[in-house]
Design a binder for this molecule. Structure first.
Ligand code: SF4
Length: 334
């Protein structure tokens, strides 16, 4: 299975509970960024640009745990910055799992993994999302660290041997050819990863290096190749989101399904663009015209294909169209 069964069941239960309670705008995933500091300086990273003034700040452990309760999402993706540099990463992970029964995903560049696995044992509620943006040459150039590709490969093998669930997260930039994307998927499949997320890199608010990012016109060709591999390799992207990347269907955005909390507060309206930071999730919710962003009216939404906003729509629409829903189920069960 591409997604753990328990996670799928918990997500389904959560959506039914919220809908029964009459809630329309509720989170499915909390993007928890306890810090923005990183041991890399990737050329496509918006966080180290946007948060350069607060790059040394870290959330208190109780704040991080409290924000998971506030969002009440079944999945907590701990990202950043590099989350393994967060001083409370081990107790945060353990307590989110043991006290709150959240599904925890750690999005990491893998450099500090050996230290972390000495502290936190495998769990059905824990998975790693390792950052790898291409084959050796491309990855090491984009991440600006020679030897990073080899570290990730070593860490995938180590995690698999020790019984952890391992996924990968790859951003595809303009310079990454379709052949290389295919090579990467086959390579990661050969390493036995449990899931692969492949997303387009596109320009947004704080980034200036336009040459690096794909426009929406450039995405279809590369993602047609990805879609062809989705039956044989463990891609996590849903078939409906891949249709969207290929340009064969439109999707509305659901930014409230993936909310972001960081040392400055609740970031809104979405993971990418920032109108402000709010002290509580309630304030973020009250300050945001979700329908405006759902319908992508903002100029900053123009080229956006962010998986979380659009996969959130796929999740919320599950069951509305039987054919689409069956495609999603079949994809995840494969
Ligand atoms: S379309 Fe993209 S930029 Fe616009 S609200 Fe959704 S995720 Fe944010």
């Amino acid at each position: 299975m591409r997604i753990p069964l328990r996670q799928m069941i918990d997500l389904g239960r959560h959506m039914r509970r919220k809908k029964r309670a009459g809630e329309k705008y509720f989170p499915l995933v909390l993007m928890l960024e306890p810090l923005h500091a990183c041991n890399l300086a990737c050329i496509g990273c918006g966080r180290i640009v946007e948060y350069k003034d607060t790059i040394r700040d870290q959330m208190a452990l109780e704040d991080a745990l409290g924000s998971a309760q506030e969002a009440d999402a079944p999945i907590v993706s701990i990202c950043g910055g590099e989350p393994l540099m967060y001083k409370h990463i081990a107790p945060l992970t353990q307590r989110l799992i043991s006290e709150q029964r959240r599904h925890v995903m750690i999005c990491t560049n893998a450099i500090l993994l050996e230290r972390f696995v000495k502290q936190v044992a495998p769990s059905p509620y824990l998975s790693f999302n390792l950052h790898i943006d291409g084959m050796r040459e491309t990855n090491d150039r984009v991440l600006a660290r020679k030897g990073h590709f080899d570290i990730v490969v070593k860490m995938i093998k180590m995690l698999k041997e020790r019984g952890y669930r391992v996924q990968t997260n790859s951003t595809i930039y303009r310079e990454t050819g379709a052949d290389e994307v295919e090579e990467l998927i086959r390579f990661l499949g050969g390493l036995g990863v449990d899931g692969m997320l492949v997303t387009p890199g596109y320009h947004y608010q704080v980034l200036t290096n336009d040459d690096l990012y794909m426009t929406s016109d450039e995405m279809p060709y590369k993602f047609q190749r990805v879609r062809k591999l989705a039956d044989d390799y463990k891609l996590i992207n849903t078939p409906l989101y891949l249709d969207f990347l290929v340009g064969e269907r439109d999707l509305l955005c659901s930014p409230w399904t993936t909310v972001t909390r960081n040392p400055r507060g609740w970031k809104g309206p979405c993971y990418l663009i920032t109108n402000g930071h709010y002290e509580t999730f309630k304030e973020l919710h009250a300050a945001t015209d979700w329908e405006y962003y759902r319908t992508k009216q903002d100029i900053r939404c123009k080229d956006c294909r962010l998986h979380s906003g659009f996969e959130g729509t796929v999740a919320l629409d599950f069951g509305k169209n039987l054919k689409d829903s069956w495609r999603v189920v079949r994809h995840y069960l494969a």
